[in-house]
Design a protein around this ligand. Structure first.
Ligand code: ADP
Length: 663
């Protein structure tokens, strides 16, 4: 149970922390390296120990061979001395025999008490004869030790009186418990060192020491073989030789154990670091991959969300058509737009074909296949489709075509928008336009009726009234004459009204009649027509530089006549009319204004006065029939502009109008 948990969290920790993984691998391998290096080091050390021990054995054996010869020689001579009184006379013969059987002994001595009395071979050793060892403090202790032991005891190595370095084994012999003398065997140390086991070549790697601990002084004297300039570092093995209180030690000059494992340590460190880095790198790969995956998933999620939101924001149906398979993806709005479920039955192009209005089908198919076969990237068409409730919706379908490297259309993405309302409005507009044309036609008919059919009887009334006045005027009383003149005046005004109405109805707009108009000149012509009135009213007219325009000349002239005429007509009593005309050009319009210092207009009527037959004063005070401004508005509207008035009652009015520039 616990293991299973550990099983799970170890990889999760390791893979969530690549650095930890790297360090773990590094530390484990480093520990393994250290362990193996240490084991190798130990092995090398034990090999070196073994080597040293072997050498010690070899050296010890050589030494022991010499010593055993020495013991045997000293003892043999001692026994002879005890039992043969004529030893001195036969010393050379006996000694020669002894030396013969103990080849490693170089000389043999006989001491009376502590004094050397005989030496074999004598040659070269003469100096030692008569030498009393007990009197020499440096030798005395060794002699006494052999007496104490009653056994052979070796002294040395030391320098002999007669020269050379030697070890000497002395054997005491007694008579009636009293020391009679000593026999001694001399082994030349220098010679011993020349033997096979002490051979320089053999001891090349070692240092051999024969040390002696003196029981009296406790001083350790070392006799070193193979001295080296450097202090030895290798293993030391020693053995104690009681026969001379020696400690024989062999030491390896230089231990290579550590050196031998250096490469292993270095290699291990390198491999650990390398594998640690490799482990860190491979452990972070899944993490990097996961991070990248998470980023990409996030991007996809965002893109999807954006797509969802965008398709929600627009009420359009978004579609994606795989042309090769015929499969079509459609967004949810498909249901809201047409009432069909977005399912497998509807997700193919043939379903879509089946609901296109039969009258539009050919047009749609022809254009679509033409577009797909061509090189265009965009396709757009308006047509009708049958909804689930069997009614038809007008849609505009727009698509973006994706083509392969050969230009073949492979995919198409687009949107369908319901334009039924717009289409209905368009239809309504068309109908309205048709109605308007009919009304205009009727108005024209009416105008012609008014001009011809109404004018005729009106003229008759007017002429007969004039005849009546002429012929019977003098006979009739004043009241009758006044009635007749009212009738004549009414007939005249009716005639003017019919004329104005006719003018108004005749104002049409034919773009073919548009021409360049020099407005400055046109204004001057109008002023000429009004010259009599202007002079009579002592009017002052100021015309600023006006921009030339494009428009239809006659209606524009009528407009100026009406506005200048009104500025003169609606002047204040006793105040000379002042009229200012100005104009300027803007990006899309020409703008004009005609200002006067007349009676002004109340704010409530600024819009009202532009209506048909709308006027604010009695005909007696200001003659007119209220058709002038209505005609002006009609002219300006047809020129794509606007007309309005700004006024302060009692101070004056400014009429402003614009004319749209045409492309
Ligand atoms: P009419 O002048 O024949 O009455 P209009 O349509 O030209 O008809 O003018 C309508 C009314 O607007 C006029 O009756 C008058 O009351 C007012 N009006 C027009 N121009 C001016 C003006 N310049 N100053 C003051 N009032 C004006």
């Amino acid at each position: 149970m616990v293991f299973r948990k550990v099983d799970r969290w170890i990889p999760s920790i390791v893979f969530s922390s690549p650095r930890l993984m790297g360090w773990l691998v590094f530390a484990t391998l480093l520990m393994l390296t250290l362990f193996l290096s240490f084991a190798e080091y130990q092995l090398k050390l034990s090999e070196e120990r073994e080597k040293v021990n072997l050498k010690l054995n070899e050296v010890e054996k050589t030494l022991e061979n010499a010593l055993s010869d020495g013991i045997s020689a000293a003892k043999t001579l001692g026994i002879f001395a005890q039992y043969q009184d004529d030893l001195i006379q036969n010393f050379d013969t006996i000694a020669e025999q002894i030396l013969e059987s103990n080849a490693l002994v170089d000389a043999i001595q006989f001491l009376d008490s502590g004094t050397i009395v005989a030496i074999y071979p004598l040659a070269g050793n003469e100096k030692a004869i008569g030498y009393d060892l007990l009197k020499d403090s440096s030798k005395r202790e060794d002699v006494l030790e052999s007496i104490r032991r009653k056994e052979v005891y070796f002294a040395g190595p030391f320098r002999l009186v007669q020269g050379g370095i030697a070890i000497i084994g002395r054997y005491p012999f007694f008579e009636k418990g009293k020391l009679k003398g000593l026999s001694a065997s001399v082994i030349l140390f220098d010679k011993l060192l020349e033997s096979e086991s002490f051979n320089q070549k053999n001891l090349e790697d070692f240092e051999v020491q024969l040390s002696k601990s003196r029981s009296d002084s406790g001083v350790v004297e070392s006799f070193v073989h193979g001295p080296s300039s450097e202090k030895p570092t290798g293993h030391t093995s020693s053995v104690f030789l009681p026969i001379g209180d020696w400690s024989l030690s062999v030491q390896l000059k230089k231990s290579t154990a550590l050196q031998d494992v250096y490469w292993m340590l270095t290699l291990g460190l390198f491999v650990s670091s390398f594998l640690g880095i490799a482990a860190w790198n491979s452990a972070r790969q899944p993490l990097l991959l996961r991070k990248k995956l998470a980023e990409q998933s996030q991007e996809i999620l965002l893109a999807n969300e954006r797509f969802e939101l965008a398709s929600n924001a627009t009420s359009d149906v978004i579609w994606d058509w795989d042309i090769s398979t015929g499969k079509v993806y459609r967004s949810e709005h498909f249901f809201f737009l047409l009432g069909y479920d977005v399912n497998s039955a509807t997700s193919n192009s043939s379903f879509w074909q089946s609901i296109i209005h039969p009258e539009d089908e050919k047009k749609v198919n022809d254009r679509l296949s033409d577009t797909l076969d061509g090189a265009d990237r965009y396709w757009s068409q308006e047509f009708r489709v049958r909804k689930a409730d069997d009614t038809y919706a007008y849609v505009i379908d727009k698509g973006y075509i994706i083509r392969n490297s050969e230009g073949k259309a492979i995919r198409m993405i687009g949107a369908i928008q319901d334009i039924s309302i717009r289409k209905a409005a368009e239809r309504e507009l068309i109908e309205l336009n048709q109605r308007l044309s009919r009304a205009n036609e009727e108005l024209r008919v009416f105008a012609s009726l008014a001009s011809h059919d109404l004018r005729e009887p009106l003229r008759m009334i007017s002429s007969f009234m004039s005849l009546l006045e002429k012929k019977y005027g003098p006979t009739l009383d004043q009241k009758a004459n006044q009635y007749i003149s009212f009738a004549i005046d009414g007939a005249k005004r009716l005639s003017i009204l019919i004329n104005d109405l006719l003018e108004y109805s005749k104002v049409g707009f034919d773009p073919g009649l548009i021409e360049d108009i020099d407005t400055n000149r046109l204004v001057q012509e109008v002023l000429k027509l009004k010259a009599f009135l202007l002079t009579e009213n002592k009017a002052v007219v100021k015309v600023e530089n006006l921009p030339p325009i494009k428009g239809i000349r006659i209606p524009i002239q009528v407009l100026l006549q009406n506005l200048i005429g009104n500025a003169l007509k609606y002047s204040r009593q006793g105040v000379n009319p002042e009229i200012t005309l100005s104009g300027r050009e803007s990006k899309d319009f020409w703008e004009f204004s005609i200002a006067d210092n007349g009676i002004g207009i109340e704010a409530d009527y600024l819009e009202f006065i532009f209506g048909l037959s709308k006027r604010l004063h009695s005909k007696e005070k200001y003659p007119g029939n209220g058709m002038g401004l209505a005609t002006c508005r009609k002219i300006i509207t047809q020129h794509g502009g606007k007309i309005w008035v700004e006024s302060t009652p009692g101070e004056g009015s400014t009429f402003l109008f614009t004319i749209r520039k045409r492309g």
